[in-house]
Design a protein. Sequence first.
Length: 107
Amino acid sequence: MKKVIMIFMGVFLLFQSGSILVEAAEKPDYEKYGKIAIAVVQADYPGNEVTDYEYKGRKTVAKNFVEDDFKFLVSANGVEFNVIVTVQHDLRNKKLLSLKVAEQKGK
C-alpha cells in the first residue's frame, strides 16, 4: 500500500512540475502590447533616447476589456520626462481597442 501511495505522489508531483514549467515558458500576454508601446514611443520621439521602461500593471475596464500601462523615461536635449502608454485590449479575441500616449514633465 505504501508503494502505491509513493508512486501516486511521484506521478502527481511529476505532472505538477510539468505544468509549472509550461506556465513559466509562456510569455505574459501584456508582452505583445509592450512591444507595441515601445514602437509607438520610438515613433513619437524619434532621435530621443528612451532610457527606462516599466510595466505598471493592468486595470479591468469592463468584462473582458483591460488596460495595460507602460512607463517610459525619455531624454530629449538633456531633459528627462516620462511617457505613459495605456493600451486597452480585449482578452477574448486579443485585439487592440485603443492606445493613449501621455507625456509627464519631470520624473
